[in-house]
Design a protein around this ligand. Structure first.
Ligand code: 4NP
Length: 158
């Protein structure tokens, strides 16, 4: 089973949205996978996703309300096949904790799925309004569509 982790700052906006969107899309395709998300700042550990993140997702039929924020841990390199960072700060934080090449090869920027090698950030919507959450949602939705295509291509029976 494929295992994918999304990482952001507080684990209450961007990465739980990515987790919920990908989970929703894979379920629609009858695909079993382990998808999770986490963050690097402890302010919101144990909290459900931000109400604005829940709202943009709920409008599209994606329920992220049961997620609880947690911190990234080096064990995550053993538990996941792919680790996607939302922005350059998370990417650097994750890379600093890698122990070997196998760990490093699992890590990439989320938006490199759509724009390979450009290392673009999914901007932090936390200090902004619903419009910022809508923009983040659209970016993540598009990136998750591409991830689903890749997963299905990789795991399709030959
Ligand atoms: P996220 O957004 O990293 O997308 O979950 C943030 C949430 C909270 C904070 C920063 C970013 N914060 O500083 O509390």
């Amino acid at each position: 089973m494929i295992k994918i982790l999304f990482v952001c700052t507080g684990n209450i906006c961007r990465s739980p949205l990515a987790e919920g969107i990908l989970h929703h899309k894979l379920r629609k395709n009858n695909f079993d996978a382990h998808i999770d998300s986490c963050g690097f700042e402890s302010f919101h550990v144990g909290d459900p996703p931000d109400s604005r993140a829940q709202e943009v997702a709920r409008k599209r039929g994606v329920d992220i309300s049961s997620h609880r924020a947690r911190l990234f841990s080096t064990d995550d390199f053993d538990r996941f096949d792919y680790i996607f960072a939302m922005d350059s700060s998370h990417f650097s934080n994750i890379m600093r904790l890698t122990r070997n090449d196998a760990d490093r090869q699992k890590v990439d920027y989320m938006l490199n799925i759509l724009y390979p090698g450009q290392n673009l950030d999914v901007q932090d919507p936390w200090y902004h309004g619903m419009k910022a959450f809508e923009t983040v949602y659209v970016q993540l939705d598009e990136a998750c569509d591409r991830i689903v295509d890749k997963i299905i291509a990789e795991f399709k029976p030959k």
